[in-house]
Design a binder for this molecule. Structure first.
Ligand SMILES: Nc1ncnc2c1ncn2[C@@H]1O[C@H](COP(=O)(O)OP(=O)(O)OP(=O)(O)O)[C@@H](O)[C@H]1O
Ligand SMILES: [Mg+2]
Length: 278
């Protein structure tokens, strides 16, 4: 109730009291009752607003739960190839981000990679190099064309099996807030300390880890925040090497390293490629 209305009511009540048409105690009771009702209405209004906002938020959540992703990450269906050689063919692949339909990121990409072949993609920033890696990982799906691995359409392959055959070191390596040893062996079972040390040695990070007071038990912090960019990259490379993947995808994996470390890690990666991993 606004002050003008309240003033008008008090003025009117005073006239009634003056004319002995209303008792002052009645005015006090009515005023107290009025204030109580108004305060209660304010609480109801506040509750209604909050409930409205909560319902809208819950709606957005339920829409998200109901969404059926085009790529089912948890699927166990699909082919698993024996003697997978890693032969990869991008056949007239087009890719457009659904959120940016006007931009054609990949336009009829034709690329054939033989088993054991090492290729590098070079291009300006934003030309679509990382997206090629993501398409192979099946993090997103191309708009048109075909992506064939060992003669089989990538969509026919079991996604868990496929990902277990790929080793990826992304442009910004993802480390977890765990120890260095746990980060290197992440997701693998029955890994010995010797295997972890071997992978770290190959990635030229073993000496650095040894110098730390807690060694391999050192926690790396959230997203590896206690480490430099190059150290993070070398741990990420150790994590990939321990898996001995059939296809190794390096997305500017040595970009934060100094030339000395980069040279050693590159040599290791070349050696890893020639090793028999069947
Ligand atoms: N989630 C996204 N939604 C919409 N567009 C995106 C998204 N991620 C990347 N892009 C766009 O897709 C294009 C290709 O990106 P991509 O990351 O593959 O480039 P890149 O060649 O790896 O570049 P860089 O060398 O800088 O890493 C860019 O123009 C980028 O802006
Ligand atoms: Mg990139």
């Amino acid at each position: 109730m606004n002050p003008a209305t309240l003033g008008l009511l008090y003025w009117r009540a005073l006239i009634l009291v003056e004319n002995n048409e209303l008792d002052i105690s009645n005015i006090i009771i009515i005023s107290a009752f009025g204030m109580f009702v108004l305060e209660s209405l304010k609480v109801v209004q506040l509750l209604a607003q909050r409930m409205g906002a909560s319902l809208t938020a819950a709606h957005a959540f339920f829409d998200l739960f109901d969404r059926i992703p085009t790529i089912d990450n948890g699927s166990n269906k699909g082919q698993e190839l024996t003697n997978f050689s890693g032969e990869t063919e991008f056949n007239q692949v087009k890719f457009i981000y659904p959120s940016r339909p006007a931009v054609l990121v990949l336009n009829k990409l034709q690329l054939s990679i033989k088993s054991g072949q090492r290729i590098a993609l070079v291009g300006a920033s934003g030309c679509g190099k990382s997206i090629i890696v993501q398409l192979l990982e099946r993090f997103c799906h191309f708009t048109q064309g075909q992506l064939i691995l060992d003669g089989v359409d990538i969509r026919q392959l079991n996604i868990q099996w496929l990902r277990s055959r790929l080793g990826v070191v992304s442009q910004v390596p993802v480390l977890f807030d765990l120890t260095i040893a746990q980060n290197i062996s992440y997701g693998l079972e029955n890994i010995t300390m010797d295997e972890i040390v071997l992978a770290a040695t190959k990635a030229n990070i073993h000496e650095f880890i040894q110098q730390l007071p807690l060694g391999y038990e050192t926690k790396v912090g959230v997203k590896g925040s206690f480490l430099s960019g190059g150290e993070k990259q070398r741990i990420a490379i150790a994590r990939v090497l321990i898996r001995q993947p059939k296809i190794l995808l390096l997305d500017e994996a040595t970009s934060a390293m100094d030339p000395y470390n980069e040279q050693i890690v590159q040599a290791t990666l070349e050696q890893a490629q020639t090793e028999d991993r069947s």
